[in-house]
Design a protein around this ligand. Sequence first.
Ligand code: SAM
Length: 413
Amino acid sequence: MGRRGRKAAAIAASGEPTEAREALEHRWRDRLIVEPRLATLVTAEGGRREPFHRWIPYKQGFSPGLVRQFLGENPRTPKEWASHPVFDPFSGSGTCVVECAEHGVCALGVEAIAALVFLAQAKFEREFPPLPPGARLESRTKASMWQEIADRVELPVHRAALMLAVGRQHTTAGRTNRGAGPLEVVLAEVAVMMRDDLFHPLPQVNRVEVGDARRIPPIDDGAIGGILTSPPYLSRHDYAQITNPYEMVYRYWHAGQVCHCCVSSGVSNTNHTAHRAVAHGEVEQVRAGPRSRGEGHPSRTVAAAEEAAEWLMKIGQAKLAGVVRGYIEDMTLVLHECHRTLAPGGVCWMVVGGARIKDVYVPSDLMVAEIAEGCGFRVEAIRVARDLVGAARKFGRLGHVAPRESLLVMRRA
Ligand SMILES: C[S@@+](CC[C@H](N)C(=O)[O-])C[C@H]1O[C@@H](n2cnc3c(N)ncnc32)[C@H](O)[C@@H]1O
């Protein structure tokens, strides 16, 4: 922790009001179930070596094991899932839709970052033809090498391979990975991996689309059988940076592209702009940017979030206070959409991480549970996978508390 962080922590330890968050903790205490065996499932670690899931080392992902657990605990026939599919509104690397496909289950995903959608879709290809000879040309400078190759590859699956190879040359924090080999070598390794996996194609082709989880108009009310998802965690880190290498390559092919669908259907300029934003991966991330107006969130949530936000303001962290408030507004919109699209009786599993921002405790899992109830969900359980911060801190009269990473199990009444 830096000097400013220590200072903020010291101020936070002295006289921070905690009543609203304590009340929230008391209210939900009975529904918290500690389940340490979920700890490996809520992170991407468990899928690192599994076919398809090994393509994108997406730190923010969950494991395919969680998808298997979801399908196991909510059994339906493939026919039932076909009429009411599984939905992941924050599809990321596509763990949910891909693992569902592995089990012959119909699923669809929505994701803000177009490059991730492109990569997830590549997993549903049927084969990996040999790379064109030009794609193996030696380049003189490492920096321009991927662009030379980009000009020579056309098949989506080959383009995905180049994106993955460039991705491997960067750390998950978006910095150059000094240990990575030359692009040509990495590309050849990626190609072998993809060919091996696509040799056993997924038995079901599922769909992933670019979109905004807060507004999902193409899905009809009650059309979804079950939701399994993980929204971005409340965090002061910039998620977008992590996928930069993929996006950098993806934009090389797609920047300035004409939206033929808009042109041919003659939609208005406003809608065209909105469509372009979506088509080019410019969807606002859940934790950043100007806030949209969420309505109807229960006052207890607001009280707890406001308590944290106001204290952040007081310790000079106005931007982070805005992040906390924006998270609540965004999650309200998301939960309304989840509730609207889910069939009556349908289940929604949501992995939510709590946070400690500048030492200010934000029980996001409980806040999301409150919002969900306000939207008409019945929160059946908050299954605590693990504590996110090793050393719990003393919090008001509650004693020692650490932010939790929890699986919220909710049902549409
Ligand atoms: C925690 S990750 C989900 C990872 C996913 N479960 C997996 O296994 O790869 C959250 C994802 O939500 C996406 N996201 C952020 N804001 C979004 C929005 N408004 N609409 C849709 N997706 C969004 C992020 O780009 C990120 O990929």
